[in-house]
Design a protein around this ligand. Sequence first.
Ligand SMILES: Cc1cc2nc3c(=O)[nH]c(=O)nc-3n(C[C@H](O)[C@H](O)[C@H](O)COP(=O)(O)OP(=O)(O)OC[C@H]3O[C@@H](n4cnc5c(N)ncnc54)[C@H](O)[C@@H]3O)c2cc1C
Length: 711
Amino acid sequence: MSAGPPTRPRKLAVFGGGLGSLSAVFALTELPGWRERFDITVYQIGWRLGGKARSGRNLRAHARNEALGHHVWYGWYDNAFALARRVYAETRRAPGAPLATFKEAFKPCDHLLLGTGDRTDRTPPWKMSLPRGDSLPGDGAAQPSVWHFAQTLLLWAIDCIPRLHPQYATWSAIVPRWPDASRSLWPALMRRAGGQGVRAYDGFDPQRPDYDDLLRRAAAAVHGEDAPKTSRQRRAWAQPLTHCGEHSLRSLVGLGARQTHPQFTTMVDLALATVRGILHDGLDRAGFSAIDDQDLRAWLRRHGASEEALASTVLVALYADHMSYESGDAERPAAAAGALLRAALRRYLAFSGALYYIPAAGLGEVLFAPLYRLLRDRGVHFRFFHKLKHLCPDPKQPAVSAAVVGRQIELAPGVEEYEPLIKVKGLPCWPSRPLYSQIVLGDDPVIQAIDFEANESPEVEEVVLRAGVDFDDIILGIPPPALAGAARELAARDPRWEALLEHTHSIAAMGAQLWLSPTWAQLLGGPAQAGAGGIVRTELPRWVNLSTAAAYEGWPREHWPGAIASLSGPRPDRSADGSREPVRDIAETWLKSHPRALWPEASLAGADEFNWELLLDPQGRAAEHRLAAQHCWATQNASDRQIVTLPGDPRHRLAAGDSGFRNLWLAGDWVGGGLDLACAEGAVMAGLQAARAVSGDAIVIHGERDCIDSD
Ligand SMILES: Cc1cc2nc3c(=O)[nH]c(=O)nc-3n(C[C@H](O)[C@H](O)[C@H](O)COP(=O)(O)OP(=O)(O)OC[C@H]3O[C@@H](n4cnc5c(N)ncnc54)[C@H](O)[C@@H]3O)c2cc1C
């Protein structure tokens, strides 16, 4: 911790107002007596907070909410939900006010629907539903240990196997189908377990085997007094079961299980490979990060997953969810195995409340507007239209001596401070464009043509902030893809910064937000259970039902949207000739090619063609021209590129409190030492780590480390 001058609070300059840095500011301003300790100013490029998760109301299109894609928060995002719940608890909106409570703001969902864009694929879409728990995410529930994940998967696989084939529904029917050599090895594994003090297999008689009783007892043995206690015992307990799972699965696949239960067979296949990998690579003692140099799919293959499981919709969708591709190319999926596996296991096996939550409107109004107001009321200063241009290292010591900032606008006469929020139906929201009336020359088309969120945007003045005068410490919340210029001198000084900038990979994203006249249930021809999912192997593989947002938008009755959908995906890097297909064309092709993939009732009667009339267009355009009334977007600025964690990347990340410069702290989903995966929870976790490092206070961060068994 750097020591600020003793006579005044430490001045913190926070660059960037995304989820990472705002979480840091929120945590610091939760500390008792924080105002005596810190004087905090947030410098934000452009007119709004939220970064990649921002959203804004388009005042020229019925105040509809427009965002860079949709944001789904999974039930395991304990730190992110704790933040959101604290914001709602403190904001105390009046009952009946829009989005008055946390429960109104985040809608729980238990079902995921994963399909493919392949018209020849006759297999039904994957419907995954997981039972809801009583708790709410954000309560700080302890994360299961890595061993616990392995044990849960193994027991689940053993439980499922007798249900994979109707003619082989008991272990007594399945085990005799194994090859003789595998069956004769099994008792030896059990004896070895007994030698390690594992009592689960005691009493098994290979001459008169009762396999069903054996497996019942082996499963029950993980609870109670006979539970394996040491690492050796856990392995000794697991080995006969993984052996059993592996040979049973292989036999049942040979007997046609993949045809009768393709999805369960795949899940069991992946579960067993994961268990084998965890045990073989000692992740229960080392944590998931130990395999971050490998790609997840390659790691699963190494541990015995079949090619069918590796190509399965569920695994393809996992990569698609995190847009984990090299250069945005869906043909080149790649992901650090530990980071993605940790997130997947927490997602499905360690969520609180529901599997996932969808913000009831844009995250701008659901989270960032109330958070901004709360922080401002607490006494945090905000400087909108201030972009960081350059961080200058001190020539004599490892510290930042100055920060060069570009002020982007001149405030109109009489405007003391830019007021960024508007109200739509009583709800504080961010506009999708600056509020030009507060800006000098704001009605000038030249000013209105400027993208104030771009680093290349012009400025009216360069301001130099000096260490010891204007700031004592910096919290840097700007992601590396946007730091090439600003952190240039840091990289020249410190090779770790050079490596960080070089090895933080990112991809552009694109998508289409569609407003449709029918309700989602009408489009489906049945009740709408799933709120999100994937249509894998298409250009826009993620979808979310955002229909709840309509109630907070300003549509007149005659143009009321029954449904709002968001489709999104990676935007491949430019082709060699520099050309790129416009997103609107991609959305048009998507709707033409996969008319039934998402909504069975969205095609013209008797034809396999999307019914364009379903798209809402107040101007009444014809056919595909109605796409002009939708929001087709692509990330334009370096800062908006999704960070991806390719194999090996985590090695080059810097921790929040280890920037190498004693007054520089890092906050964002690109920071190391947490999840190492870009998502809301990763950003919040890094923000909390930055707050802990800056303050030296023992700020609690849930799930920060993998829970491991050290013996
Ligand atoms: C299309 C898309 C969909 C996503 N969907 C999900 C999802 O469903 N669930 C999920 O958990 N995560 C999702 N994510 C990831 C999630 O949005 C991010 O992990 C998170 O928002 C990152 O927050 P951050 O604070 O690290 O960075 P950012 O949000 O990038 O914040 C950086 C901040 O710095 C500001 N800034 C940039 N340059 C400057 C400058 N020069 N000067 C001053 N300020 C500057 C930016 O404007 C921004 O406010 C998605 C990301 C994308 C791109």
